[in-house]
Each structure stands twice: as C-alpha cells, then as structure tokens.
Design a protein around this ligand. Structure first.
Ligand code: ADP
Length: 233
C-alpha cells in the first residue's frame, strides 16, 4: 500500500476536531476519490497525506514525494506557462536542457501547445488547471493529490479535464488521490471512493466499472445510488 491510515485522528490546538479514528489504504496505481459533505474532514485527509499537517495520533504511511494541485492551479502569475511547469525542477541539480525537456514532456501531455509563452492571467480556468497538473507531474511525484481541481469549471471544461486526467493516470501509472464533492465525478473517475463524513472514514467503496464510463449506464447509476445512501445517511 502506498498510503495507509490506521486509526488516525487530528485535532487543531488540542480542541478543534477534524478527523477521528480514520483507517483506509490506497494501493499503488489506484485512483482514489475522497468525498463527503463540507466540513467533514476531506481536506484534513489530503493535508496529512501531503505532509502539510501532521496527524495528532494513529499511524500514517505515505510516500516521500507527493505533489498537490490546488483548485485554482495556484500558478505563479509572473511566470509563463512553460516557466510555471518547470518551476519545481529548479534547485534539484538538473541541467537546463533536462529541465527544459522534462517541462516540455508534461506541457505536451496536457495538450498546452501554443500557450508556452502566455501568463496565467491570459488562460482560461481549464487551461490554468492543466498547467497546474503539468507542474505537479513534472517533479515526478509518487502520488498526485488533487483538491477539488474541477469545482470552478463549467461542465464542458470539467468533461475535458476528466478525460485528460484519466489519460495521464493511464500513461504515467501514478497513484492519484482527489478530493471531490461530486459522487458522480468520483464514480466516473476513480477505482475507489473514500467517504469521509462527521470527521470519520465511514466507508470505502471499490469502483470496478469498465471504461469509458457512462453516467446513464445502469451499473454506474447503481454505484452512485449505493454511495448516496451512505452519504446522506
Ligand atoms: P472538508 O474538507 O470536508 O470541508 P476539513 O478537513 O477542511 O473538511 O475540516 C474538518 C473540520 O476541521 C472542520 O470542522 C474544520 O472547521 C476543522 N478545521 C480544519 N482546519 C482547521 C484549522 N486549521 N483550525 C481549526 N479547525 C480546523
């Protein structure tokens, strides 16, 4: 297992509860979606995996190198698209040509051709999202963490990015952990869904549907219904 939580709890300042007794495991190469109502502990799970915050108790196993993509892409506004993608590669002792070729590889993988010299302010929300993902992948992390990366996008763009992220997942074999508040999105993308609610991991669902997945197919709807039952319990 590349990630595992065993009876993990988190309180802030010793009083504000964020997570209680969470246990789950994510196998190498999985696409895990963390879903649940707002304020239930999803971001806390992600932050502990990212090493942004530590668990207060319990045992956490996580890989050394994780890369996080935030909602807005969190790009450097003064850097061009290509410079943003290369950003994390500086200071690692790589040659300039190696940095350039690595950035170019992920630039192409995310279909950003024609945008290399543009600044973030000149990009659409979807394009910014793709640059954020390319930048995160460029450092070759063991796990890619996505914090509701599609929540600010319109449905068509979300659809395109869903296809991109599945393509990347297949091409790179990376383990992905993504926070989402959409059950449909989680079922469309993932191999497992971790339901986090009331500061606890309530249930883990294995999603074993063939791809491409269609929202109106019966097995898809059955899966969504089953998760909804637990979500709204
Ligand atoms: P979600 O991502 O599901 O919306 P969070 O993990 O952000 O939920 O939050 C879970 C709980 O932990 C919430 O009640 C929230 O108020 C609390 N919490 C999160 N971060 C902090 C913090 N830095 N200080 C105090 N309480 C926090």
């Amino acid at each position: 297992m590349i990630i595992s939580f065993e009876n993990v709890s988190k309180t802030y300042d010793g009083k504000d509860i964020a997570l209680v007794g969470a246990s789950f495991a994510v196998p190498q190469g999985a696409f895990a979606c963390v879903i649940g109502p707002s304020g239930g502990g999803k971001s806390t799970v992600l932050k502990i995996i990212a090493g942004i915050t530590d668990a207060s108790s319990g045992v956490v196993v996580k890989p050394k190198l994780v890369s996080m993509v935030f909602q807005t892409g969190a790009l450097m506004p003064w850097l061009t698209v290509m410079e943003n993608i290369a950003f994390g590669l500086h200071g690692k002792g790589l040659s300039m040509s190696r940095i350039r070729s690595t950035a170019l590889k992920y630039f192409k993988m995310l279909d950003l051709q024609g945008l290399e010299g543009k600044l973030p302010r000149d990009l659409s929300g979807g394009q910014r999202g793709r640059v954020g993902i390319a930048r995160a992948l460029a450092v070759n992390p063991h796990v890619l963490l996505l914090d509701e990366p599609f929540s600010a996008l319109d449905p068509q763009m979300t659809d395109e990015l869903h296809k991109d992220i599945i393509k990347i997942w297949k091409e790179t074999g990376k383990t992905i952990v993504m926070v989402s508040h959409s059950i449909e999105e989680a079922v469309a993308l993932s191999t497992m869904v971790i339901l986090v609610k009331d500061y606890a991991v309530k249930k883990v669902f294995d999603i074993d549907l063939p791809r491409p997945r269609h929202e109106h197919a019966l097995p898809f709807m059955r899966e969504v219904r089953q998760i909804k039952r637990e979500f709204f319990k």
